[in-house]
Design a protein around this ligand. Structure first.
Ligand SMILES: [Zn+2]
Length: 297
């Protein structure tokens, strides 16, 4: 789609953002933390066997180069596996290497650029999509969806043909709710209806769907009954956007108790800052973070 009203570079996203001071402050704090890691040789901690889920929302054309650099860096010490394999390795206690599983939320069309870069590493990604936004072409509807549900400027979304192509390339499709509501603001009945609608459409278009990523990603954006409903419907995993990675070492896990953590990546971030988040995750590795947090209502 060539529509000038749609944003197609990350530079445009950045210029639309306010709070420049805050981001400059954040950047220098992260610079200092990154410096500490290199001073103490902590980067070698990334060789620690674990399952690390990483996700992005977009790889705009002006982010591709950085994304390729990140993939090149991560591929040195990590094995890229599919989302399904990562989940299975965690559940069956087979984490003998540092594993990374990629995923992406919201089905933005430039995910095709991400897939192209991932394909060169044979890396499979799980694309979590909302059937309500797939193939939206009306600019006003796109604007409304992006503003109300994604809190971002209007962008093009994937269509079903592209999703089919992603699957043929070895990628997986996951359920990210039908229309990107915040689950904690829905009644259980509304959530179940939305979830099943998304599941039905995705199953019909893509075949069986096994993984669910709830929207907004913080623990408080989700509920325990919603989690139980997802797993009762035969899903293999449910994932948050709370930072952290996974180890096991204690035998098989019950998938109905496991709750996954993920680290967000914005390809435009400095590589040293991304390294900082990953090293912090390794340093905080804890068997107990495999499970549903007590704070989930
Ligand atoms: Zn989302």
């Amino acid at each position: 789609m060539k529509d000038t009203e749609l944003v197609d570079t990350y530079a445009q996203i950045k210029s639309a953002q306010s709070g420049k001071f805050r981001s400059a402050l954040r950047s220098s704090v992260l610079d200092a933390l990154s410096m500490k890691h290199s001073l103490f040789g902590e980067e070698s901690e990334l060789k620690t066997p674990r399952v690390q889920f990483l996700y992005f929302h977009h790889i705009f054309k002006d982010e591709v180069k950085n994304f390729e650099k990140l993939l090149a860096f991560l591929s040195r010490d990590h094995v890229f596996v599919s989302h399904s394999e990562a989940v299975d390795r965690l559940l069956t206690d087979r984490i003998d290497k540092p594993y990374i599983a990629w995923s992406s939320d919201d089905g933005i069309q430039n995910n095709m650029l991400a897939a192209k870069a991932l394909n060169t590493y044979g890396a499979s990604c799980c694309f979590y999509v909302n059937p309500a936004s797939i193939a939206l072409t009306d600019v006003n509807k796109i604007k409304q969806f992006c503003q109300e549900r994604l809190e971002m400027p209007p962008v093009a979304f994937l269509n079903w043909k592209e999703i089919e192509l992603l699957q043929r390339q070895g990628h997986e499709i996951g359920n990210h709710t039908f229309k990107h509501d915040m689950v904690s603001q829905l009644t259980q009945e509304q959530f179940e209806e939305d979830f099943l609608k998304a599941d039905e459409i995705l199953t019909q278009k893509c075949g069986p769907v096994k993984h669910f990523a709830y929207t907004y990603g913080r623990f408080e954006n989700f509920t325990k009954p919603a989690f139980e409903f997802v797993m009762k419907n035969g899903y293999e995993s449910c994932i948050s956007a709370s930072r952290g990675c996974h180890i096991n070492g204690k035998g098989k896990l019950d998938k109905n108790k496991v709750f996954l953590r993920r680290d967000q990546i914005i390809a435009d971030w400095k590589l040293s800052h991304i390294k900082h988040f990953l090293i912090k995750g390794v340093q905080e590795l804890d068997y107990n973070t495999n499970f549903l947090p007590n704070s989930l209502a």
